[in-house]
Design a protein around this ligand. Sequence first.
Ligand code: PBG
Length: 322
Amino acid sequence: MFPVHRPRRLRTTPMLRDMVRETALSPDDFIYPLFVQETSSKPEPIESMPGQFRHTIETLVEQAEKTVEAGLKAILLFGIPEKKDEEGSQAYADNGIIQRAVRAVKKKNLPLLVITDVCMCEYTSHGHCGVIRNKDVDNDLSLDSIGRTALSQVRAGADIVAPSDMMDGRVGAIRDLLDSEGYSNVPILSYAAKYASSFYGPFREAAGSAPGFGDRKSYQMDPANIREALKEVQTDIDEGADMVMVKPALAYLDVIQAVKQFTDVPVAAYNVSGEYSMIEFAAKAGVLDRQKIILEVLQSIKRAGADIILTYHALEAAAWIK
Ligand code: PBG
């Protein structure tokens, strides 16, 4: 009898569809990225990312509490300092914005992992992710600043550090320093396969971190490459990364899948600012069903192989899937 196979049978009712669904989102999957600044005494809405704010330490702590109430377990923090300089010295200042913010959140003793982004670009006057010498980002000099930044964040109480600078050798440099200072139990989530992507545009407006000259192509990856992503992942794991990230997510689902098959460490994917803002502005224009699109995107990222998803939609998505 034709047809023998009728895949539609298992799609007949919601109960059947629930039973055979292959991918399920959980609030445990999400990390919620948050910005904290010391440039204003009020939280500032980020125009390029409707619904997101540059928080004060006070409103950041409130957001951390809301994150826990939403059933989430982790936030990722970005600091926006009042003063930027050539070297990005506020990145590792003991009383820097991120260090003070981490202390304030940790003081609340919430059941929440505080992850810090380790990079120089929010702190340097030129907006590059490391130290500039002879008009170029000096890799090995940058490692020193990046290590110091990670250490100062951990001293402030960060539970996990997430280096996003893409310098060669940074995972090893951070691991060595943390170990020698007695922090051998603090995990590293490395932005291993981080592409030189235009999807970071809204973030750079939020953090005022667009490079003042040139671009990031001499350290972030060429979007055309996928084998190179596996090399970056391997290198970071060899240097001691506990978890690896692919970034961006939506235009790089093939990379997420390849990395998942390649490694046995947890794989994270960053649903970045441009991916967030495309949905927000399209929904504002009335051309997309916002909630359905957000859940479809997150599900796709998980289906591709992400164990962890960094998303600005984390709070709402957690509420919807409960
Ligand atoms: C810092 C950093 C960036 C993002 C995360 N960490 C910006 C960049 O590399 O230019 C982007 C996050 C996003 O777009 O949501 N290097």
